[in-house]
Design a protein around this ligand. Sequence first.
Ligand code: PLP
Length: 457
Amino acid sequence: MSLDIRDIADMDRRSVLHPFTQLKDFATGKTGDPTIVTGGKGIRIQDAKGNQLIDAFAGLYCVNIGYGRDEVAEAISRQAYQLAYYHSYAAHTTEELARLSDRLVRMAPGKMSKVFYGMSGSDANETQAKLVWYYNNLRGKPGKKKIISRERGYHGCSVMSGSMTGMSFYHDHMDLPMGLIKHTGAPHHYWGAEPGETELQFSARRAQELEDLILREGPDTVGAFIGEPVLGTGGITPPPEGYWAAIQAVLRKHDVLLIADEVVTGFGRTGAMFGSIQYGMEPDLITVAKGLTSAYVPLSAAIVGEKVYQVMEEAADRIGSFSHGYTYSGHPIGAACANAVLDIVEREDLPGNARITGEYFQAELRKAFAQMPIVGEVRGVGLMGAVEFVADREKKTRFDAGLKVGARISAAARARGLIARAMPHGDILGFAPPLVVTREEVDQIVGLAAEAAREVM
Ligand code: PLP
């Protein structure tokens, strides 16, 4: 490093507006200096003080192939030397972009037709909202504009995607235009079920609530339903049995599109290449980001199904060009990076590792945590898991939010060299290690996290 640690920390404090940070505590130094991250290899990152940390959250569940993969760095560099940039407007392309798009259409579940590129999960979901409106306008159903998402769903932080996000603290003080977004109940059996209700019964009830909402709003005003195959930021919660089948039956009945937000679940995280495959979803539109490039460079995509695309193409003679795009749509370095990353995902069968090592991880997590007196539920699938802490197991009562139990356990893990994320909703410790994690590393992760929980208990 050319600057010393003190200079970097001071410069940062003066000039960076950090996301999800208590601004005053940071500005006054109450929460300490920023962590200066200097390197990463495998599942570990290193800070400027030389500390090694096990990253059991893969950054923000995105560095799926692990840190420091030379072949990806080389692919990025090769493309930068050959052609750092050209746009994809008006039918311009590059070899890497064409190859990536062909590959995504073939890999993705359901009948997909075309891929539109952005830079983040948020902007890709923003695109999905516009595609829903465009599609419904073009097929003569201009009233179908509302988009239904779930409480505790996370779809990003931009204007539309932030409105779709179903946690109120993402909306507070931001005046988002929530009018076209309606939220329905979270698919979480532990907190949402009536006494004695089975998962199947609970799923049927959630589907009925969705149908009631559609009928209340008017089916000719509802354009789409957006959902993560597995709820991520809202608490890492796999769907209850029968959930997606019941939801999809309602959507089909009322001619409502399904957007699968696979930003976290895409490219192996759950143990299948896509969460939609694992849960029998047949989306009309699919959002991917994070794992697409393992976050080596920013890239996202809205994958457009045949049904939606056909309407767009048929209208073209009448309406002219598709007027949506970003300077960086289909950036060649992003495409080259994604191809190199997907080569690794396929060659090393990372969905397979997420399934097999994931089963071990899920079992060890339960072994370590399920009997602790402050643990209400241990849950997850593949290589995404969560432990939810409660004040009273029998009565299912939450800790007072002011106690910050989840955050304290996460901090205690951090002090032991482990990054496990205190999820923003409730007292939940979240895990989503890189998909290259080994059993031995799972043992370390679970062991350190359990020590941290015992310290705080
Ligand atoms: N959708 C899901 C399911 C996500 O988890 C996220 C980010 O965590 C997003 C969308 C937004 O992605 P980004 O942060 O790249 O805008």
